[in-house]
Design a protein around this ligand. Structure first.
Ligand SMILES: Nc1nc2c(c(=O)[nH]1)N[C@H]1C(S)=C(S)[C@@H](COP(=O)(O)O)O[C@H]1N2
Ligand SMILES: [Mo]
Length: 409
């Protein structure tokens, strides 16, 4: 069930909340135990599904936002149908990829130009890279007090293989002025209000990130057209940074002589306090900084939480770890709530900015309830926190250890 609904039950457990959520009267409501989740909602059977994204959990249908359950992210390379969807507005309709045009301009672009996708393919080297995208708000559902926005649990992350041209090849072709500081994007999606003068989102990255070898203008994901909800027919991919910098339905790229000032560049969007704040604080915009490289994190993709195992069995545990622009140096597991940690086998990434696989196995001393916790460390020695890290107004950057429940019999 949707964590927002769950939150209402846990907080109020009240007759009103219950009836409203069910959309019908409950004759015996006064006997319903406070805080209990009604059986009608207990299964994660969302009413609607995004075509081609079956199995994802829908958090919102206007705009579409859907996350992937951890155990469905077990593939080393995230398949198209398992890649999460995070939309701020409404995807464009009736797209003709053959007539799609990408404009490049902005005050620090020396030779503005525009390209069809065929032009991009013909003029620039085609590269394929596995790149990790995680929404800045992944894990938001765990912050207390609650932060507004989609209540993501762990599934707004994925690492498909993207194919396209290097952003830097296109930028260099168009000429980057000496005063360039930022590259922004404009997409073809529409604002929820329907107002054509408003954009749902228009973010970007500092020029150094844009000019990295791994920043792509992609037209394919895992060798196929991009799925519509992941930006068909063209998107930016700047791995390791909040997903919001990777513009979908890419129409225009602007080379800016200042920090890009597009929609959702200003606080509180995609910004966090410069210094720790007390939970629930109001933080002035001047004390907020733009999120850049994402913090170290890991996800257990096997076993699925809730598994039952015999205590004589070894339980295989595996998943992925990533650390923004950085490498992951180690992943540890604990089956005693963090008292002791066991090392795992950690693979190198397929390429820079791809996630890394970890695997190991655990065994349990006696029957009972256990949790397997995973904790990754980056190359600079920074580790994931065991509990939810610094509260911030919009609930970004929750990189707390992932946990799965295990019932040992
Ligand atoms: N044009 C456009 N680009 C966008 C968005 C959007 O709403 N419109 N959402 C951003 C956000 S917040 C994220 S996390 C990623 C999500 O990419 P995905 O939906 O392909 O997983 O796309 C980013 N690019
Ligand atoms: Mo996002």
């Amino acid at each position: 069930m949707n964590p927002q609904t769950r939150r209402v039950f846990l907080r109020d457990g009240g007759l009103l909340a219950l009836g409203a959520a069910l959309g019908m009267a409950i004759p015996h409501a006064r006997h319903f135990p406070p805080g209990l989740i009604p059986a009608a909602f207990a299964a994660d059977n969302a009413p609607a599904a995004i075509p081609g994204k079956e199995g994802l959990i829908i958090l919102n249908d206007r705009p579409w936002n859907a996350e992937t359950p951890a155990h469905l992210l077990d593939d080393p390379v995230t398949p198209n149908h398992r890649m999460f969807v995070r939309n701020n507005g409404l995807a464009p309709e009736n797209i003709d990829p053959d007539s799609w045009r990408l404009e490049v301009g902005g005050e620090s672009c020396l030779r503005p130009a525009d390209f069809t996708i065929a032009d991009l393919r013909a003029r620039f080297e085609t590269v394929s890279l596995q790149l990790q995208l995680e929404c800045g708000g992944n894990g938001r559902g765990e912050f207390v007090p609650a932060a507004s926005g989609n209540q993501w649990t762990t599934g707004a992350v994925g690492c498909p293989e993207f194919t396209g041209a290097r952003l830097r090849d296109v930028l260099n072709y168009c000429g980057v002025g000496a005063d360039a500081v930022y590259v922004g994007y404009h997409g073809a999606d529409t604002h929820l209000s329907g107002d054509p003068d408003l954009e749902p989102i228009s973010r970007g990255v500092p020029i150094d990130k844009a000019l990295e070898r791994e920043s792509l203008i992609a037209w394919a994901m895992n060798g196929e057209d991009l799925p519509l909800q992941n930006g068909f027919p063209l998107r930016l991919v700047c791995g390791g940074w909040p997903g919001s910098v990777s513009g979908k339905w890419l129409r225009r790229i602007v080379v800016r002589n200042r920090v890009h000032d597009g929609e959702k560049m200003a606080p509180p969007s995609y910004t966090v306090p410069r210094h720790p704040v007390a939970p629930g604080s109001r933080v002035p915009a001047t004390d907020m900084r733009i999120i850049e490289s994402m913090p170290v994190k890991s996800l257990i993709t096997h076993p699925q939480s809730g598994i039952r195992v015999d205590r004589r069995e070894r339980l295989d545990v595996r998943g992925h770890a990533w650390a923004g622009d950085d490498l992951v140096s180690a992943v540890f597991l604990s089956v005693d709530f963090g008292a002791t940690w066991l090392p795992t086998a950690l693979q190198s990434p397929a390429n820079r900015l791809a996630w890394q696989r970890f695997s190991s196995w655990v065994q349990f001393p006696e029957p009972g309830y256990y949790e397997v916790w995973a904790r990754a460390m980056d190359a600079a020695g920074r580790s994931q926190p065991m509990v939810v890290p610094g509260w911030n107004p919009r609930g970004y950057l929750n990189n707390a250890c992932h946990r799965v429940a295990v019932q040992v019999v």
